[in-house]
Design a protein. Structure first.
Length: 172
């Protein structure tokens, strides 16, 4: 093993040890890590907490654009949500919505002038609609269509591991 590889190996072991100590001190972190379903989710979650554990020993330095992997999105703070536009043209736009235990404020409803179609990429959510009254539970892979001006609200999204939505909006 080269000195450079040894140094990288020791750094990763140190990062893993620090991560373990943080899990022992914070049960919510431990639960969030336990909810991960694959290596990439673990790496992204650890990175969000300030730990760099992605590289395996002997792997070359690879600089990738995190924007190319939608499932690597960092979680917003608990109770928050953020949205970013991935693609757009005059009459349509595609957004990624990242929610962490977020919901529409009590008593508020959303209604838009556009069509909206959403697909859940991670987590789960409950949407409540008005006129007609309806509750929709969504899990990974589920999708939902909302016509213009239909009042709706998000009752809940997953805390910890979060809920990741892909949303397409368009005008006719």
């Amino acid at each position: 093993m080269s000195e450079q590889d040894l140094s990288r190996f020791l750094h990763k072991v140190n990062q893993l040890q620090q991560l373990v100590h943080s899990l022992e001190a914070d049960a919510q972190r431990r639960d969030a890590l336990a909810a991960c379903t694959n290596h990439n989710e673990v790496v992204a979650l650890a990175r969000g907490w300030g730990f760099e554990i992605a590289r395996r020993w002997g792997e070359p330095d690879v600089h990738s654009d995190a924007d190319n992997n939608l499932l690597q999105e960092r979680l917003p703070a608990a109770g928050c949500e953020f949205e970013r536009i991935l693609l757009q043209e005059d009459q349509w736009w595609l957004t990624l919505i990242n929610s962490n235990g977020a919901s529409t404020p009590p008593g508020e409803w959303m209604s838009q002038e556009t069509f909206e179609w959403v697909l859940l990429l991670r987590g789960s959510a409950r949407i409540r609609c008005d006129n007609p009254s309806e509750e929709i539970d969504l899990s990974v892979g589920d999708h939902w269509f909302c016509p213009p001006r239909r009042r709706h609200r998000v009752d809940r999204t997953d805390p910890g591991s979060g809920t990741l939505w892909l949303a397409l909006h368009w005008r006719v």
